[in-house]
Write a protein that binds this ligand. Structure first.
Ligand code: HEC
Length: 149
């Protein structure tokens, strides 16, 4: 369970000079349990989103979730199966669940993928940077929306 985190730290360190331009947080408005508008107006790409979810250094989703990504073994069972997520939730609901899950489930295990304030125990390499940028959030939302069953 702990192994991917040091790997992620190394990736973040290696990438940090190049990422300097992309570190901003998108402004967004929460209404109800959703963020209705795409972050920064980005258009998501479902194929890229799938790759982010499958990636053990980037998304880390499979540490906790099982998802319909057959080639990835050893998926997680700490969280709901992502199969059917696109039938249970609309784009805005999925967006808020990625950006800031603690708004919906205080104390949620799930990382806030696009928030930097109020986080505990954030490694130096991540301070001030979201785990996923606006485009990556939209890519993951686009893929989750394809999971209708
Ligand atoms: C450390 C564990 C963890 C990681 C990593 C994680 N999640 Fe979650 N996720 C959860 C938990 C636990 C829930 C159940 C609700 C809650 O407690 O927030 C959840 C809920 C969700 C939901 C709503 C599930 C439903 O259909 O009811 C979605 C969608 C989701 N996560 C997507 C993702 C994606 C995509 C990633 C990777 C970018 C990810 N999660 C990473 C723990 C995690």
């Amino acid at each position: 369970m702990s192994a991917p985190w040091p790997a992620l730290l190394l990736v973040a360190l290696a990438a940090s000079p190049a990422c300097a331009l992309a570190q901003g947080l998108a402004a967004f408005r929460v209404s109800g349990d959703a963020i209705a508008a795409p972050l920064d107006g980005k258009v998501g790409d479902a194929a890229r989103g799938r790759a982010i979810v499958a990636n053990r250094q980037l998304g880390l989703c499979l540490l906790c979730h099982t998802a319909p990504i057959a080639e990835e073994r050893f998926q997680g069972d700490l969280a709901p199966n992502l199969a059917g997520a696109g039938a249970r939730w609309n784009a805005g609901q999925l967006r808020l669940r990625l950006v800031d899950p603690q708004r919906l489930v205080p104390g949620s295990l799930m990382p806030a993928y696009h928030r930097t304030d109020g986080l505990q125990q954030v490694g130096a390499a991540w301070r001030g940077k979201p785990l996923l940028d606006a485009q990556q959030i939209e890519d993951v939302v686009a893929w989750l929306l394809t999971l209708k069953e």
